[in-house]
Write a protein that binds this ligand. Structure first.
Ligand code: ADP
Ligand code: MG
Length: 750
């Protein structure tokens, strides 16, 4: 293995430095510190000119000392050293800024013995600190500084070269500055035996891509001579990261595929055949094609592991249900895991309705050949009902079990679980998938469905252990959804127009959804427990002062709204009693309730064909994917849908861009790309990142599509040729480290 990388830092940089690095960066090994890459690089030409230093910001600048004087402080003991600095005439910044006038800046040090001694007139130094106002003019107080002439890497260097040399900027802390880190790493590079480092990249790939060797890459990413150096080094490490990740995923795919599953072959004349005969519509071409793939994979004796992506309303549920019926025909059970209780209940009702006479309620006993028992199992069910449901799952009486997280709990077991369907995957992680798989004696088949389509590279990383199918067409007769941004800031009168518009829909026999970002008037932005996800509200702060629309507030308002006089309105949110929730949904489904005022509990999957208008209040509080999901609830029954994105933000506000994006297109792929751009990388990968806790360093899932795609192909070939990675010890070690970053630190300490 790569013993050099796993070596304790003190062995290479000494106890004292190692202790400092451990304390401030939590890094204890040679490999850990080598992998502590600069966040960015400054070229001397990019430094802040003194004439432009901004107040209250952290700046890095290079300047020459003009004067240095020290005096005792009057009120306290100690001394004050005032250093006046001026833009260095040799820096590109002062040459290129139009003014041409080098600025001067006062830098003050309290008890600055080192500053007093070192910052002599004429010396050049780099300063880094926060700009403050000091006695009427801008200045730096106790900044960090580094004498450039004494930079260990630059003695006697010719000025041209020095000007071109990028300055690495490390993620630093207040106590440990970027250049302290730089100096320690320089020491490390001198003492480490880079030549012995194992290379995670196969030689063939390094040659093909003309990558730097691993030792050159480490050297140049930390001590580049010219910008091209760090760029080449980064290219290599970025690819390496992609390959490690993709090989880990390819290996997991291969391992899963090598497991033995029970083949669930289609029956010639079973439930599925009967179901297809009674289906009131024809499947779309996509549904048929995906259905065929699933059918074939279920019939194999290795487990299916498939991701089904599809646009909102593309009909994923039918595809999943047909797969479940094939498994039931073959004598197995199927479980459908939904992210919320509302959605689980909704699936339960609609699947039983869709099955019609093929669905059987529990009382009649044993599993007959011509019907299947569908069972609901959620955490909030009354104890007796839940016990019965668990009994039915364990005895095999229930052919299809629909539930929430409760299905994952330890005391739920199945008689013969053959297929797991995870709906609206974005809320479930790999761990939860694995917890469910563990419920079958042999690995079950797995079908994961996303709520909205996701970009290819995200699918390749977040769901990289799954094969992908896509439903890219909507069933025929699907009416288009028109989306409008309703800006109340510029058109206050539209506030009442929303409700008269709602009345028009209701008079035409249709129904209306009203979605609010909050439940009550006095809570702050609760998206109902267990259902919150990083939303737009997390992305922009600063408009928290507004009173946001709440379910209870809007309900009250609508009671007095003349346009809706006499119209049955009902609230729905996550804090309600589950019985009340399902009664409310039932009343809305039956077209008794005309207006449903809710939180995002209806975000996913809820399916009421008669609803044609969706009003989203304070729509700027929601993320793009959420809005797209929400509006997918209307326009389902062949009736054209309308979605109103209501906002009180001014037209130029950055958050309104999201609304404009949603109004501009109904293409889910385009929108999710847009959405993910606004999120932090960690949110994209989330907990579902292939079991690994480490986050990506250089790879950006959206930006580096080519790199990821190439790495995936390479990984596939590597694993196919050498599943145990016997010929790639460097790669195997890097994967271990990626999947289990705590391990070495643990060994080191233990
Ligand atoms: P999603 O992919 O968003 O989960 P659903 O599975 O909820 O979509 O399907 C949306 C609606 O479309 C459901 O009412 C379903 O019965 C209907 N549907 C599904 N497939 C077809 C089809 N081929 N033709 C007509 N309607 C369909
Ligand atoms: Mg769905």
């Amino acid at each position: 293995m790569n013993s050099e990388l796993e070596l304790g830092l003190e062995r290479r940089i000494g106890k004292r430095s190692a202790a400092v690095i451990d304390k401030h960066l939590g890094i204890t090994t040679v490999g850990g510190l080598l992998d502590y890459f600069p966040r960015r690089y400054l070229s001397r030409g990019e430094l802040t000119p003194i004439s432009e230093v901004p107040l209250d910001e952290d700046v890095t600048l290079i300047a020459r000392v003009v004067s240095n004087s020290t005096r005792p402080m009057r009120a306290r003991r100690g001394s004050l050293t005032d250093v006046v600095i001026s833009d260095d005439a040799a820096t590109a910044s002062s040459r290129t800024t139009g003014a041409g006038l080098p600025g001067t800046l006062k830098v003050s040090f309290f008890n600055g013995f080192r500053a007093r001694a070192e910052l002599q007139p004429g010396r050049r130094a780099m300063f880094s600190g926060k700009v403050t106002r000091y006695g009427g003019s801008l200045g730096l107080t106790n900044p960090d500084f580094l004498l450039l002439d004494e930079d260990p890497d630059t003695p006697g260097m010719d000025p041209e070269k020095l000007a071109a040399m990028p300055i690495p900027v490390y993620p630093a802390t207040a106590k440990l500055t970027s250049w302290s880190i730089q100096k320690v790493i320089a020491t490390l590079l001198d003492t480490v035996d880079l030549a012995t480092l194992g290379d995670p990249l196969p030689a063939g790939i390094t040659a093909r891509e003309q990558f730097l060797s691993v030792s050159d890459a480490y050297r140049l990413i930390h001590v580049p001579q010219v910008p091209a150096d760090w760029q080449r080094a980064r290219d290599r490490f970025r690819y390496q990261e992609a390959l490690v990740l993709q090989t880990a995923l390819a290996r997991r795919r291969a391992q899963l595929a090598a497991e033995e599953a029970t083949a669930r072959r289609p029956a010639a004349d079973g439930l599925l055949a009967a179901f297809d005969r009674q289906l009131p519509f024809t499947l779309t071409a996509g549904q048929s094609a995906v259905g065929k793939t699933l059918s074939e994979e279920l019939a194999r004796d290795s487990p299916m592991n498939r991701l089904l992506q599809g646009e909102v309303g593309s009909g994923k549920t039918i595809v999943a249900l047909r797969a479940m019926l094939q498994v039931v025909d073959a004598g197995g059970q199927a479980a459908l895991l939904a992210p919320t209780e509302v959605l689980a209940a909704q699936h339960f009702d609609s699947i039983r309705r869709t099955l019609g006479p093929l669905s059987r309620d529990g009382l009649l006993g044993g599993l007959g050949p011509d019907s299947v028992q569908v069972t609901l199992l959620t955490g909030s069910m009354p104890t007796a009902a839940r016990k019965q449901a668990m009994l039915d799952a364990a005895s095999g009486t229930a052919g299809i079990v629909i539930g929430t997280h409760a299905l994952l709990s330890e005391n739920v077991s199945f008689y013969d679980l053959g297929l797991i369907v995870v709906d609206e995957q974005h809320r479930f992680g790999v761990e939860q998938r694995d917890a469910l798989r563990a419920k079958a004696s042999k690995p079950p088949h797995l079908l994961v469905m996303t709520a909205t389509p996701i970009p290819r590279t995200v699918a390749m990383t977040v769901f990289g252990d799954l094969e992908t199918s896509i439903l890219d067409e909507l069933p025929a007769g699907r009416a288009p959804i028109t989306t409008h941004v309703v800006g109340l800031a510029e058109h206050p009168a539209w506030a009442t127009r929303i409700w008269s518009r709602s009345r028009e829909e209701i008079d035409a026999g249709h129904q209306v959804y009203v979605v609010c970002p909050k439940i009550g008037t006095d809570d702050d932005g609760d998206f109902s427990p267990g259902e919150a996800e990083p939303s737009a509200a997390d992305l922009d702060e600063g408009n928290g002062a507004r009173e946001l629309a709440s379910v209870t507030g809007v309900l009250e308002h609508l009671r007095d709204e003349p346009a809706l006089a006499g119209v049955p309105v009902a609230p729905l949110h996550g804090r309600q009693d589950p019985v009340l929730k399902s009664e409310t949904m039932a009343s809305f489904t039956a077209n008794q309730t005309k207006v449903l005022v809710s939180t995002t509990v209806i975000e996913v999957g809820v399916d009421v064909h008669n609803a044609t208008l969706m009003v989203i209040l304070d729509a700027d509080r929601f993320g793009i994917s959420q809005l797209h999901q929400l509006r997918g609830r209307v326009g389902r029954g062949g009736l054209p849908g309308t979605c109103l994105l209501v906002t009180t933000l001014e037209p130029g506000h950055p958050s309104r861009r999201r609304l404009d994006a949603v109004a501009a297109t109904t293409d889910g792929f385009e929108l999710s790309q847009e959405d993910l751009k606004l999120r932090r990388e960690g949110d994209i990968l989330g907990a579902s990142q292939s079991g690994g806790r480490s986050t990506l360093k250089l790879l950006r899932v959206l930006e580096h599509e080519d790199t990821i795609a190439r790495a995936r192909q390479d990984a596939q070939q590597i694993v196919a040729a050498d599943p145990a990675l016997a010929d790639q010890p460097g790669l195997a070690a890097a994967i271990d480290e990626y999947l289990n970053p705590e391990k070495e630190a643990f060994l080191e300490r233990g």
